[in-house]
Design a binder for this molecule. Structure first.
Ligand code: ATP
Length: 238
């Protein structure tokens, strides 16, 4: 279980995250919603060890991991899949996957097989350049690369961003499947409708603070609660 307690983080005088608390259970998806600039990415980057916290704590299975370096956190099982996928375009699909394997390199072969079974398109394209994949395929490669380190918690930053609608659905299905395999998923999504389809818990962030948190089922049936925090546009159709 990942717990974030009263986390604060910022950039110089700009305070971006102002007392965020949330938790992520193994096998479940916690969805973070919020307008542009609400502090969602800063929260993920701080948990992943890529941005220093100002105060508060991050706890993984009762051990305090606040402010630990990113590479150590990967060894502990926390992996960030950044916004924009960041695959290495000139490298092949398989080379990209191998890059994710450095914490579990003695099981690279099994993990490659596992990732290829989960994402058959990556198996088909294993020797092709990652840069030639579509946006949705690159997102799957980014998931696959993260899975190579055998994570306990995955931090997903806007996985559906810029994807065609059919791909958005597929990516959402894969998020659910990764969680169902026992991984705890903390996901930031602008697309509230898609995020709510796969989430177990929802946290709505506004100006660096938690405005609402609760079960996704409640949020789905009381869309008006979310609308109050997010505005109409974010929930069209929800
Ligand atoms: P978005 O959906 O636009 O990515 P977000 O909810 O992820 O937004 P953050 O990117 O965490 O929000 O930004 C939170 C606040 O911190 C914003 O006010 C933003 O302008 C500010 N901020 C983000 N990155 C930096 C930076 N590198 N330097 C200074 N301020 C920053």
């Amino acid at each position: 279980m990942l717990e974030i307690n009263d986390l604060h983080a910022g950039y110089g005088k700009v305070s971006a995250v102002r007392g965020i608390s949330l938790s992520v259970r193994p096998g479940s998806v916690t969805l973070v919603l919020g307008a542009n600039g609400a502090g969602k990415t800063t929260t993920l980057r701080t948990v992943a060890g890529l941005h220093p916290p100002a105060s508060g704590e991050v706890v993984l299975d009762a051990a305090r991991i606040t402010g630990m370096a990113a590479h150590k956190l990967v060894r502990k099982g926390i992996v960030l899949v950044p916004e924009g996928r960041r695959v290495f375009a000139p490298l092949t699909v398989q080379e990209n996957l191998r890059l994710g394997a450095y914490t579990a390199h003695n099981r690279t072969k099994e993990n490659l097989e596992r990732v290829y079974a989960m994402f058959p398109i990556l198996a088909e394209r294993r020797d092709g350049a990652a840069g030639l994949l579509s946006g949705g395929e690159q997102q799957m490669l980014a998931f696959g690369r993260a899975l190579m380190s055998e994570p306990r918690v995955m931090l997903l930053d806007e996985p559906s961003m810029g994807l065609a609608p059919a791909m958005v659905e597929l990516v959402a299905e894969h998020v659910r499947r990764m969680a169902d395999s026992g991984i705890g998923v903390l996901m930031v999504e602008q697309n509230a409708e898609v995020g709510l389809e796969v989430a177990d818990e929802v946290v709505v962030v506004a100006r660096g603070e938690v405005g609402y948190s609760g079960p996704a089922s409640t949020a789905r049936s009381h869309a008006s609660v979310l609308r109050a925090f997010l505005g109409e546009a974010a929930l069209a159709g929800a």
